[in-house]
Design a protein around this ligand. Structure first.
Ligand code: HEM
Length: 193
């Protein structure tokens, strides 16, 4: 994955647990890079090893970390200068979920080696929507839950995200059933664990 992703993980850990903890995680993962270049592409293996090592060092399930990472991603990309892409997602959460492929297509103009996920929506009502997630990667489903929560936060909405169908259970993709529970004040900071 692009360095932008690994940088986001590094930033999240450093903010909540400090540089020393990150250095321990990096050492345990056997990752030599002290800095990730956001526009360089790194093997997915690097990200997976960092998440596994973070899970051990922080004594937190990897799924929880991926969820926290997803929640933080929307805010992180805004701070990193991708706010315009997020603003163009549209005025509602429904619009945003429907526009994720178009948004990643724009990201691919900047990051030519991007292997983006693919999304489709169904079952749309005022307060419900199903998100179908296709990827050549595996194991990232908890991250989608956090991503949708983080996106909801951007629209000042509290959402419930249920992982309704997992890839591999007779299905070639994951499905998430999303329910809008109500409006909230945007949260300033999210705990990592
Ligand atoms: C401006 C905001 C965003 C930017 C700049 C961005 C960019 C990226 C980048 C660079 C990757 C790494 C892919 C690779 O290296 O091959 C990625 C992956 C991913 N993005 Fe986005 N993204 C954004 C927002 C979102 C949002 C809002 C969602 C979903 C709600 C999302 C879902 C994903 C997922 C699930 C992956 C993992 C790849 C996979 O599943 O195969 N992204 N994105």
């Amino acid at each position: 994955m692009y360095g932008l992703v690994n940088r986001a993980l590094q930033q999240l850990v450093c903010t909540h647990h400090g540089q020393r903890t990150w250095d321990s995680i990096r050492a345990k993962a056997g990752v030599a890079d002290e800095v990730f270049v956001r526009m360089d592409s790194y093997p997915d293996e690097v990200t997976h090893r960092l998440v596994a090592a973070a899970s051990e060092v922080l004594d937190t399930p990897a799924d929880e970390l991926l969820k926290a990472f997803g929640r933080n991603w929307v805010r992180y990309t805004m701070v990193e200068g991708y706010g315009a892409l997020l603003s163009d997602l549209g005025p509602t959460l429904h619009d945003a979920l429907a526009a994720l492929n178009a948004m990643h297509a724009r990201v691919a103009l900047l990051y030519p080696a991007l292997k983006p996920p693919s999304f489709r929506i169904s079952g749309v009502t005022d307060d419900r929507i199903s998100l179908h997630y296709h990827s050549e990667r595996s194991g990232l489903a908890p991250m989608i839950i956090g991503l949708v929560e983080g996106l909801g936060e951007r629209y000042a909405l509290r959402v419930e995200v249920r992982h309704a169908t997992a890839k591999g259970e007779g299905c070639d993709h994951d499905r998430f059933d999303i329910r809008i529970l109500g409006r909230v004040d945007p949260v300033k900071d999210q705990p990592l664990a």
